[in-house]
Design a protein around this ligand. Structure first.
Ligand code: SAM
Length: 233
């Protein structure tokens, strides 16, 4: 998967993508992360990419011209697949990101992520240059870089080959599961490792029984308990 990010602070991406799974995905060429500094398309030698909003509001907005040039540049890359792409603006007022969206995006060849800054985007960027706006939660961050990283991590780990076979077939929170003939997204059941007893707290006996049927039944019961506690079912 190729992910292009347009940002005013591309250096922010360096550390998170030079560790662990994301580093592995890049090394295995399963993720091609391309960072573009919006200032490369600035309007003048001062690096201007923003301006004051019409109507007297405070703060600054990203102007449409540099963003248009940046997106056109990304789309003109030889290996950019226009038929399998999504151009996404990270935005506090976008549709809430979730596992289903991560699964959907992981099927595509190209993602273009646009990180906002200051007070956000000139509305013409949203209306005419992107496919969708995504929010990572109901709170406001200073920039779209951290949201873009969250999205990239959640999507990339679903790209075949990024996780090991065992990890990728394992049931995880927010995966779909059939419970009482109904497909739902559910939380993961509790898991334990060694030691068998820690400060008087033992691992549930059933997990030591070696009986896969009993273990599965216990895991399902635990999922149902969590769903009930969270008020989902
Ligand atoms: C200070 S915020 C702008 C907030 C904007 N004035 C509003 O009220 O929605 C600057 C940038 O951070 C990013 N951002 C902030 N919170 C976000 C969130 N919850 N999800 C995704 N992006 C977010 C967006 O790219 C946004 O353009």
């Amino acid at each position: 998967m190729i992910i292009d990010v347009i940002s005013l602070f591309p250096q922010m991406f360096e550390s998170p993508f030079s560790e662990s799974m994301m580093k592995r995905a890049i090394n295995k060429k399963l993720l091609d992360l391309r960072l573009h500094n919006l200032r490369n398309w600035a309007l003048d030698s001062y690096g201007t990419v923003d301006d004051r909003p019409f109507g007297g509001d405070v703060g600054m907005l990203l102007r449409p011209e540099p963003m248009y040039q940046a997106i056109e540049h990304v789309k003109s890359q030889q290996d950019f697949n226009l038929k399998s792409k999504r151009i996404i603006a990270l935005s506090a007022s976008g549709k809430k990101f979730d596992q289903a969206k991560a699964e959907e995006l992981s099927q595509l060849d190209n993602l273009v992520l646009i990180a906002g800054h200051y007070e956000g985007f000139d509305q013409r960027i949203i209306d005419h240059m992107i496919d969708e706006e995504i929010s990572i939660g109901d709170y406001v961050l200073t920039g779209g870089e951290l949201p873009a990283m969250v999205l990239i991590d959640a999507v990339t780990r679903l790209v075949p080959g990024v996780l090991g076979k065992d990890e990728s077939s394992h049931f995880e929170s927010h995966s779909e599961i059939e419970i009482d003939n109904e497909k739902i997204r559910a939380p993961e059941y509790p898991q334990y490792t060694r030691p068998r007893e820690f400060m008087g707290n033992s691992v549930p006996e059933v997990l030591l029984s070696g009986d896969p049927k009993k273990i599965k039944a216990w895991q399902l019961a635990e999922i149902k308990k969590k769903l009930k506690d969270s008020g989902c079912k």
